[in-house]
Ligand binder design. Structure first.
Ligand code: PXP
Length: 251
């Protein structure tokens, strides 16, 4: 008898950085990203993602421990490949660390990590994260060159940057949207074939999430800006719930 394997449930990691962005705009304690993490947990989110940037423009050091004690959800810490961030990660021991490229002047993470070009920098950082029991993920473009580099670096997880796909979708460029989607789907299949768990994220919205969610090998989506933006109008609970519905329907 042949059995048809259904793809595993797709996890939703909610990036709560921009709750902290709003908080920091006034310098006080409100709105508190910890409260956002609690709501995500109560509404069935699968994880909390937070990016501790070098300039601390949103999440701050003290937020990490508060988020970790507030919920049982796994914390995915996005971090630059620096000694300072490594020390913080090892101290806090998040469930996962996603290594991202970081330039101080960028508005958000533009483009993926050059895992191929940074091989020698990444080897010790990945080694120390692994020694601390932290699951390492690399935020890369969906390309064979970067995937091959992730494989050589022994990364158990890659997160494919969906920014180009999201831009093409927004521009109404159907050919480019389809090409970007194919690139991500092909690389997700190749990653899974090589024992790497593929995730995806950046720029995902209610309108563009479903074709990405339908890629059977992708195990997790990390979504932030759009969900926090929607939460301003409908509340975080409803925004996460709606995203979850769309993801599940696409699977
Ligand atoms: N995944 C990674 C690695 C990111 O750096 C970001 C942006 O911080 C996201 C996902 C979420 O992107 P967005 O905020 O556009 O949903």
């Amino acid at each position: 008898m042949t059995s048809v394997l259904k793809p595993a449930k797709l996890r939703l990691g909610v990036n709560i950085d921009h709750v902290a962005t709003i908080r920091n705009a006034r310098g006080g304690d409100h709105p508190d990203p910890v409260r956002a993490a609690e709501i995500v947990a109560s509404v069935g989110g699968d994880g909390i993602t937070a990016h501790l940037r070098e300039d601390r423009r949103h999440i701050r050091d003290e937020d990490l421990a508060r988020i970790q004690t507030a919920t049982n959800l796994p914390l995915n810490l996005e971090m630059a490949a620096t000694e300072a961030m490594l020390a913080i990660a090892v101290r806090h021991k998040p469930h996962a660390a996603c290594i991202v490229p970081e330039r101080r002047e960028e508005r958000t993470t533009e483009g993926g990590l050059d895992a191929a070009g940074l091989h020698n920098t990444l080897v010790p950082i990945i080694g120390k994260l692994k020694d601390a029991g932290i699951r390492v993920s690399l935020f890369i473009e969906a390309s064979e060159r970067q995937l091959d580099a992730a494989l050589r670096l022994g990364a158990p997880v890659v997160e494919f940057h969906t920014g180009e796909y999201a831009h093409a979708h927004l521009d109404g460029n159907r050919a480019k949207t389809a090409a970007e989607l194919k690139r991500i789907a092909d690389m997700a299949a190749l990653a899974a074939k090589n024992g790497i768990e593929p995730h995806a994220g950046h720029g995902l919205t209610y309108e563009n999430v479903q074709p990405i969610a339908a890629i059977p090998q992708i195990a997790e989506l990390n979504i932030g800006h759009y969900l926090i933006g929607e939460a301003v109008f409908v509340g975080l609970e409803d925004a996460v719930h709606r995203m979850r519905e769309l993801m599940d329907a696409a699977r």
